[in-house]
Every structure is written in C-alpha cells, then in structure tokens.
Design a protein around this ligand. Structure first.
Ligand SMILES: [Zn+2]
Length: 478
C-alpha cells in the first residue's frame, strides 16, 4: 500500500533524468511532474531540452511547457502547482515522480517553508509595492556605495552579496529600513524555527542520478552538437526576436528577464546571431563567432552542471538527512549513470528495486552500500544543510585582473563562496595558470605582456566565476 509518498529524481543537466523518470513511471504506475525552471515554458523545446512526445512513451507529464514565455513564473507558483498535481495523482492512486535539475524547485515541494519568508511579512506576502520607491530613492547611487552602506549596517549580508548584485543589496537594505531588524537576523531566526519543525511534506525517495564529471562533460559537449543539428539556431533567433517584441505574446508586457533569457545558448550565441542577421558581416566573421559561441555554450553548460552538484551535495542531501530523526523521512540514493552500458542494471534496475521497496514500505538498503560511487559521494555530503549565512566569500587576487593586466583587456573579479570552494579553487588548473601568468607579467613588466600560452588553456581559465554566487532559497538562478 502506497503511503502517499513522492519519488523525486535530481541530477545535472544531460545525465538522463527524464529517461529514468519515464522508465520508472511505466513500471510503477506513475506520472511525471517536471521540476525544471525553463521547461515549464511553452515552446523552445530544443534549447530547454524537453523530452519529445515520442520519448514520453505515453506516460503523463505535468507542468511541462505550460507557461507563456513572456510571463515570469516564480518558485512559489511552482510550489503551489506541483502540490496540486501531486494531490491529483495521489487521488488516482498513482505515484508522483518529480523530476528536474532545478533543485530549489524540488526542495520547495519536498519541504514546507523551504522558501525563506519575506522578512517583516509573517504570512510571506511579497512586499514588492515598497520596493520601487526604495529603489528609486537610491537610483543615483552606485553599486559600490550601496554595498558599502550595507557593510556598515549588516556586514553579514554584505558578505553574502557581490557589490554588483544591486537588487539583493538593495533588498537587504530595505529590510532593515522597513522592519528595523537586519536581514541576516531575519534569516537566522527563520532557519532556527525551521530546524525545529517537521518540515517534510511526504515520505520521499530522492534519487540522485550521477555521472563522473569527465564522462558527463563529454556527453554535454556532444549534446551541444546535437542541439545545433536539431535546429537550435532557429529557436535562438526566434527567442531574440520575441524578446525584442514582447507584444508578440498574448497581451503581456513583461520581459523575459526572469525566464527563458537564462537558457544556456542565448547569451553565448548573441553575437553570432546578430552577425547572421547583418548582411554586412563576412562569412569568416560569422564562422568565428559561431565557433566561439559553441565553446562558450560548452563551458557554460559545464559550469551549470557543477553548480547543480554543489547544490545537491550542500543543500538538498543534507536537508534530506536531517529528517532521519523525524516521523516523516526522506531517503536519498545515488544511481551511477557514468557507464551507459550498465544503465539497465545500475540505474534502472537498482532505482526500480529501491523505489518498489520504498512504496511497499519494506526495509530499504543502506544508501552507502549501493555502489562505490554512492559511498564516495555520500562521504562528502555535509551533515547539516548549509545556511546562507555560513557562506563566507573569498576574493582571489591572483585570478582577478584589472583590464590592464588581463590578456583580453576585460577586467575580471573572481569570488569564491565558502571555505571549501576557495580551497578547491586554490588547487585548480585555473588558479595555477593564473599564478604562472602573474609571475610572467611581473617578469615582463618592461617589455609588455607575452601572450604565447593563451591558446592552450582550458576554457574555464580566466573567466569570472561571479555566476557562482550564493543564493537565497527564494530567488536564484535555475
Ligand atoms: Zn585564483
């Protein structure tokens, strides 16, 4: 007898989550609920990597491609919609299978109050109406000035935000202004309260589909080629037209900033698409821009996958583990999809076995014993969910460059979130390359900068990692 539970599947982009969800749904009498922040939007199926109707094999899919692309769809709306779907699926005596790579979407469904409430508004309503005035009053002030002000009044929050993250900095200032209490204090209080509550909504089985990074990276690279073959450029071209002409969408004036604009490929190929639409551009230029776009898209995808793993390891799994002492528990398992030849046994077979035991209420195996990969990864999982207040940001002065020092003349700031990420960064190829570059720079001061090694470096080298900023649970990059 199924105890009104939930099966959730997470993992990086391109690891095969959708396929596993469909295979499990067919065996378990389940229905799939999408938990990918971009796949909720209608259209643009290639750049958002949606499953096709054929691939669904008749399994019902919910919350997939149903939002008008010009609308902003928030995690709160997702939480409500997903809970409603889960309820309906339970009433049909079927199993809801929540699948997607947007981990804070999954978290919002699994856990009550996983979204940090808006301070000063006990029911969690938005305080947006005030925001504009507060923001407008400060329109003349630079990002740095605002950040400095925050550093004076709430240094903990200032540590959390990059000075250029104007919206977040303003928000934290506004919280103190309107409530008389620091934003960091609100968050600490909220986290403390949540730690005491019974927060898991359903008995949950979380399956983390994992592939070793080098293997995954190769698969992600190959996928970019396939997306191009399937017509990705046509979609990107359409997207940029739609963004420039929002009236094309049903009566909405919202822009795309919060939604599809974040699809990987949009920014990366912007220059190429501009050149394609410009008759003056030579075919040589176009070809160069295209190749650069492909490389940029590959490295953006890799960085996204890395961020997803960090989130699962530092937030989602610790949150699951914190339920072991509670009455309603979340069980988390890792399935190893590194070798696709063993998919049937390692992924589908094992996943199905665990899911059937979970559903029937039988004794579940120890997560660490299911594979070597599981043992290795679970050993790295933190015991407590990472509080946003625990993020300490580090600035790497070696990898950060002024426009004058940088090879390509573009200034770069490199910030790392938390001690672990900083330690990892200090050991990275990027940091070591930049240390050598710095050294040469000092030696060559008189004769100018040599650029001979530039071509051979890995594509992540000399890129700002500013996209890896800490996020609040309520509002972050998908
Ligand atoms: Zn560095």
């Amino acid at each position: 007898m199924f105890r009104r539970g939930l099966v959730a599947i997470t993992g990086t982009t391109g690891v095969g989550k959708s396929q596993l969800a469909i295979e499990l749904a067919r065996k378990l009498n389940g229905e799939v609920i999408n938990a990918d922040a971009l796949q909720v939007y209608r259209g643009y199926d290639i750049i958002t990597n949606k499953v096709t109707d054929d691939e669904m094999l008749g399994v019902p899919h919910h919350l997939l491609g149903f939002v008008d692309p010009s609308k902003e769809y928030t995690v709160r709306e997702f939480e409500q919609d997903a809970l409603q779907k889960i309820d309906e699926i339970h009433q049909r005596n079927r199993i809801p299978i929540l699948v997607g790579g947007t981990n804070y979407y999954i978290q919002s469904v699994m856990f009550q109050n996983s979204l940090v409430r808006d301070p000063g508004s006990p029911k969690g309503e938005s305080v947006a109406p005030n925001e504009r005035t507060f923001e407008q009053e400060r329109i003349e002030r630079s990002n740095m000035e605002l950040w400095e002000e925050l550093r004076q009044v709430d240094p903990v929050m200032a540590e959390n935000w990059h000075p250029n993250n104007r919206r977040k900095v303003l928000r934290s200032l506004e919280v103190l202004h309107t409530t008389g209490k620091r934003h960091s204090e609100w968050i600490a209080q909220d986290e403390e309260a949540r730690a005491k509550e019974e927060t898991l909504r359903f008995p949950t089985l979380l399956l983390w589909l994992y592939a070793d990074t080098p293997v995954l990276n190769q698969r992600l690279d190959d996928r970019v080629g396939k997306m191009i073959e399937r017509g990705m450029f046509k979609e990107l071209d359409q997207l940029s037209r739609d963004i420039n002409n929002p009236g094309a969408f049903s009566g909405s004036s919202t822009d795309f900033t919060a939604g599809l604009k974040q699809a990987i490929g949009f920014r990366e190929f912007a220059a190429y698409l501009d050149a394609t639409n410009d008759r003056g551009s030579s075919s040589k230029t176009k070809e160069e821009l295209k190749l650069r776009g492909i490389e940029d898209m590959k490295s953006s995808t890799r960085r996204y996958a890395k961020r997803q793993i960090t989130w699962i390891r530092n937030k989602l799994l610790p949150e699951c583990r914190s339920t072991v002492t509670k009455t309603v528990k979340a069980h988390s398992y890792i399935l190893d999809a590194t070798n696709l030849n063993t998919w049937d046994a390692e992924v589908l077979g094992r996943g199905l076995d665990i899911a059937q035991k979970f559903i029937s209420g039988s004794q579940l195996p120890d997560a660490e014993t299911t594979s070597d990969t599981a043992a290795k990864l679970l050993a790295e999982v933190k015991s407590k969910p990472n509080s946003i207040l625990a993020w300490k940001r580090h600035f790497c002065s070696v990898c950060s460059m002024s426009a004058e020092d940088a090879r390509d003349g573009v200034a770069v700031e490199v910030w790392l979130n938390g001690d672990d990420e900083y330690k990892q960064h200090l050991r990275s190829k990027q940091h070591k390359n930049n240390t050598r570059y710095r050294k040469r720079l000092r030696e060559d001061k008189v004769e100018g900068v040599e650029d001979s090694e530039n071509g051979g470096n890995d594509s992540d080298t000399r890129r700002p990692s500013s996209s890896k900023r800490p996020n609040t649970r309520s509002d972050s990059d998908p």
